[in-house]
Design a protein around this ligand. Structure first.
Ligand code: MSP
Length: 500
């Protein structure tokens, strides 16, 4: 059976990762864990984008010499890998665009397109945004300002290789129309179609070595290297085995999801499918663009100097609360405002109060009334009002999660899990187990406790993709690991954070 193949972008390793980067990782990791839980074979790939002007420039700024780019990236890549390990990101493969097989794959595709007459050389006279490494026409960049990064663009007069992107404009529009799930969310699809209403320019896919030499050499002209975006996009197929292991590739491609941020949608939804189509390869099944984390109204980014360091946050609040916050606070697809206060509020109310308390009070009642052994129930369920409602909600939960998580609707998934938590907490308050104990209604008390423990087991399993460590802790405390039927309470899951 074909594996479920999900990717993150390959990140530029010119600076430390910030929460924007970790966002895609956490989202993909959650979906990948969920799919594995359902029994699918999963291939989750992430990696690093190591060529191009940005890296060349940073290498020099950091005191390395020209030609030492590889040494520089070799030092930064582990910083990314360490963070992913810390955040519990369980990827299956890490691709580096300086890997040998990747370089060969890029050259193989270029050679094929060149042989098929899809690549030509011409003198380019026009506008160029250096930080974005993007060519713009006069119309696209009114006032000499880059429409993406809003910085001034420059005149450029240079001979380069171009890929006949324009030939495929009509094909792509039809493809997007015929495949409604191809670009998601839906409003992003409309943005891409809007962009495609304008004339699509042929894509410049080379850089003369005389200007920028840190890249993959063009196989048919040793004076040029490949444009970094062409190089980077190919990672999605080279990492899956193209063309060196076509059997593996056949088992992975087309990718189920490329998950990206909205700023790199055009590269993924316009250029990438066209490159693939021209090379005779199917497009990915779906591209999902998420929004940005903004801080005081501005996109968090290195160049703005307003980045929040994920390491600091997880050291203070823990990995799982951080993962939970990112996916619970904002609908995936929309922009979100980051603030530490918002994280603390979520932590105290959803995690410490709702989930943490439910577990600790239930376990302490099982300890107190049944000596830590989950009572077996015989005969009728419980006459306690609200008990059936809890059972049903918990039973329906997995279907709800199967609908929402593979569609990146994390907010709905978590809301549904929290509905079960809320109902369980309310059931305790309404049924007052301490009174049942006093009145010696042992059957009712036993079935109530066993119902609560069952609900908690369902919750422990359901939160696994989002908060894997907490899920493990809960499974231990609920005795799910050893089958003894004994619970083992061991301190609060989420100690409250006191705020002044
Ligand atoms: N190297 C390219 C991607 C090539 S993929 C074939 C690149 N790298 S990046 O490191 O600059 O950005 C990687 C991802 O981080 C992008 O998807 C971008 O949207 C995301 N984020 C960067 N800042 C972000 C926020 N402030 N918020 C959310 N995500 C943002 O682009």
């Amino acid at each position: 059976m074909k594996k479920f193949y999900i990717t993150t972008p390959v990140y530029y390793v010119n600076s430390k990762p910030h929460i924007g980067h970790s966002y895609t990782q956490v989202a993909c990791d959650t979906v990948a864990r969920f799919m594995r839980q359902l029994g699918h074979e999963v291939f989750f790939m992430t990696g690093s984008d190591e060529h191009g002007e940005k890296i060349e420039k940073t290498t020099l700024e950091r005191g390395y010499k020209k030609g030492e780019e590889k040494r520089f990236v070799d030092e930064i890549v582990p910083v990314f890998k360490d963070l992913w390990a810390k955040l519990g990101i369980k990827y299956d493969y890490f691709i580096r665009t300086t890997d040998d097989y990747h370089i060969k794959a890029v050259q193989a595709i270029l050679q094929k397109l060149y042989k098929d007459g899809k690549i030509y050389k011409k003198v380019y006279k026009g506008w160029f945004c250096t930080p974005c490494e993007t060519f713009w026409s006069e119309n696209q960049a009114p006032g000499g300002i880059c429409p993406d990064c809003k910085r001034p663009i420059e005149r450029l007069d240079e001979t380069n290789y171009f890929f006949k992107t324009s030939e495929y404009q009509k094909w792509l529009i039809e493809y997007i129309d015929k495949n409604p799930g191809f670009i998601r969310p839906d409003f992003r699809k409309n943005e891409v179609l809007g962009f495609l209403k304008e004339e699509l320019l042929d894509l410049c896919i080379s850089r003369p070595k005389s200007r920028m030499s840190w890249g993959i050499e063009i196989p048919f002209d040793k004076d040029y290297v490949t444009y970094v975006w062409f190089d980077a996009l190919v990672n999605y197929i080279s990492g899956a085995g193209y063309p060196h292991d076509m059997e593996r590739f056949g088992n992975l491609w087309p990718a189920d999801f490329h998950v990206i941020g909205k700023d790199i949608l055009r590269h993924h939804a316009v250029y990438w499918p066209i490159i693939l189509h021209a090379a005779g390869i199917e497009p990915p099944k779906s591209i999902f663009a998420h929004g940005w984390w903004v801080i005081k109204g501005e996109k968090m980014s290195k160049s703005k100097g307003n980045v929040v360091d994920p390491i600091e946050l997880v050291t203070k609040y823990g990995v799982d609360p951080y993962r939970y916050f990112l996916l619970r606070e904002v609908n995936f697809g929309l922009d979100g405002t980051f603030s530490e206060e918002a994280l603390i509020t979520r932590y105290n109310s959803d995690l410490a109060n709702d989930l943490g308390n439910l577990l600790s009070r239930t376990l302490s009642m099982v300890d107190k009334y049944f000596e830590g052994k989950v009572p077996e129930i015989t005969g009728h369920g419980s006459r306690v009002t609200g008990y059936d409602n809890l059972k049903n909600k918990a039973l329906n939960l997995s279907a709800e999660l199967e609908r929402s998580i593979p569609n990146f609707d994390f907010v709905t998934a978590l809301t549904k899990i929290w509905e079960v938590i809320d109902i369980a907490n309310k059931l305790i308050e309404d049924s007052k187990p301490w009174n049942l104990a006093k009145e010696k209604k042992t059957d009712d008390l036993a079935s109530l406790m066993s119902g609560l423990i069952d609900a908690l087991k369902t919750i422990a399993i359901s939160i696994y993709p989002f908060m894997p460590e907490t899920s493990e802790k809960m499974k231990n405390q609920l005795g799910m690991k050893d089958g003894s039927g004994k619970v083992r309470s061991s301190g609060p899951l989420f100690p409250r954070i006191e705020t002044k």
